[in-house]
Design a protein around this ligand. Structure first.
Ligand code: EPU
Length: 337
């Protein structure tokens, strides 16, 4: 396997940050992965897949392993479902399109999310009323130190809102190599509850949508709000939507009667961070090449040559202002490296 030294990672992170990796290896198979791990036992290893959920703020002294293991397999089940396994290096959106082309239902609402299959479980990707965990069955992963393979069930992954065991107790310990989903082959269970999807279908006079119709609606909505990382560097939502107690929310609502919210359960209320950031005056603003997207304030953007540090400083200014104005702490959704 070829080791590239002093390699620019600009093309390997969707923010387009130009930092360098001391050493970089592209991994094409599980065998290459276990061999590399055993040869470089002493090295500090950094795992990079699609680079779509990270802000790189410094050069990486580590050995960067770019997981590019490809391949999709399917296994029909007797109950109108199919088990679909995708290797970690498959592009997420291409994988979703593969499922739609084969009329496998379940992932259509997750169309056009940037990144690779292997990192999707780490943050339990979600959009438009659906999360990865809804159709996830299991994943396989290699232990970074021992090289041993482990099979993780859904329960073991401990999924939450943009969260899993791989972001917590097992952070940095495992490299996900394969993910398996159970998808429907008929009588698809469609999720059209999200207002923007309903509107998009209505506009096209679609009353009995197919999974392809939903996917196309989602693609249109995402394109209208979210910047395409190929054109403007970004990592999707930079912060999580904060959840506060419903008691605190009631106080906040008195001061800001038009604050949008989702009731999580009896005691907890989720507030769109995009609204908090917009109300704090950041939407559409730009400092050098670092900015806040004009159509969705939750997305920070790199117009060209912003450094990771500049974006990090901007994110801290946003956190400080939102804290002062609303008393709410915004947690980052992207990993700051
Ligand atoms: N809003 C504003 N101003 C803004 C943006 C949003 O006021 O600039 C308010 C509006 O009231 C809007 C509400 O926030 O109705 C919700 O906005 P949106 O539908 O765009 O969703 P979101 O809560 O901001 C979340 C996910 C997105 C996902 C969408 C759709 C998180 C952190 N983000 O965003 O996920 O696509 O819902 O389901 O949960 C991502 O994780 O990278 C991502 C893009």
């Amino acid at each position: 396997m070829k080791i590239e030294r002093n390699k620019s990672l600009k093309k390997h992170n969707t923010f387009g940050i130009n930092v360098k990796a001391a050493e970089f290896i592209k991994i094409n198979s599980e065998k290459e992965l276990t061999e590399t791990l055993s040869i470089h036992k002493e090295r500090n290893i950094f795992i990079l897949s699609g680079g779509s959920n990270m802000l790189l703020t410094q050069n990486l002294e580590a050995l960067v392993l770019h997981i590019a293991i490809k391949g999709i397999t399917t296994s029909s089940q007797p109950d109108s479902s199919v088990l679909v396994s995708a290797n970690a290096g498959e592009n997420w959106h291409d994988f979703v399109q593969f499922c739609i082309d084969n009329d496998f239902g379940g992932l259509e609402n997750l169309s056009l999310i940037p990144g690779y299959v292997g990192s999707a479980p780490i943050q339990n990707i979600g959009a438009y009323g659906v999360e990865l965990k809804d159709s996830f069955i299991s994943c396989e992963a290699i232990h970074v130190i021992s090289g041993a393979k482990k099979h993780f069930t859904k329960e073991e992954c401990n999924f939450g809102y943009r969260n899993s065991i791989f972001k917590n107790e097992l952070k940095g310990n495992y490299i996900i190599t394969k993910v398996t989903f159970r998808l429907t082959t008929k009588d698809h269970v469609l999720n059209t509850s999200y207002g923007a999807i309903e509107n998009a279908l209505k506009e096209k006079n679609i009353t009995s949508p197919t999974i392809k119709d939903i996917s196309e609606a989602v693609i249109a909505i995402r394109k209208s709000k979210l910047p395409d990382p190929k054109e403007i560097g970004n990592s999707g939502s930079f912060f999580k939507n904060p959840v506060i107690t419903s008691k605190n929310f009631a106080e906040l609502q008195k001061l800001h009667p038009d604050i949008p919210f989702y009731q999580v359960d009896k005691n907890n209320t989720k507030i769109p961070a995009g609204w908090l950031i917009e109300q704090s005056g950041f939407k559409g603003k730009r400092w050098g090449d670092a900015g806040v997207h004009a159509k969705q304030a939750l997305v920070l953007v790199n117009y060209d040559n912003a450094s990771g540090q500049e974006l990090l400083e901007l994110s801290k200014r946003i956190q400080k202002t939102v804290k002062e104005k609303f008393g709410i702490i915004l947690e980052t959704e992207v990993n700051i490296i």
